[in-house]
Design a protein around this ligand. Sequence first.
Ligand code: SF4
Length: 129
Amino acid sequence: MNKTINLRPHHLLCISFFKGKGYSNEFVSNMTSIVSALKENKDTPISLVSGEDDLCTHCPNNQNGICTAEDKSSRYDQLTLTALGIDTNSHSQILYSTLRTLADERIINCGKRESICGDCQWTDLCHKQ
Ligand code: SF4
């Protein structure tokens, strides 16, 4: 069994468009490792979390476990979950492959991404795969 990765729901979108840019060198290095691990093993179990996840742990915006933009990050998480049709109370872990398919079909490929996180500072990087 692969090690479970904790992810905030909206980070499924960030992972999809990641191009080696981010908040700091440490953040980018950690995100690069997680993105390549998920690409190599799509059957990695994911825990969808409502706060600090395995990307936040290396982010300079993480202040003692709380995101300095928590209001915005939580809004992105809620909108992502609604679009995916996932109730986190009924799922403790979901395979990355399942989440990837849902996020691609229900958000990215149908052009919904900007309605979720179009006011993010990185949005210009996310217009193309
Ligand atoms: S701490 Fe905030 S800005 Fe940093 S990765 Fe987590 S949600 Fe994103």
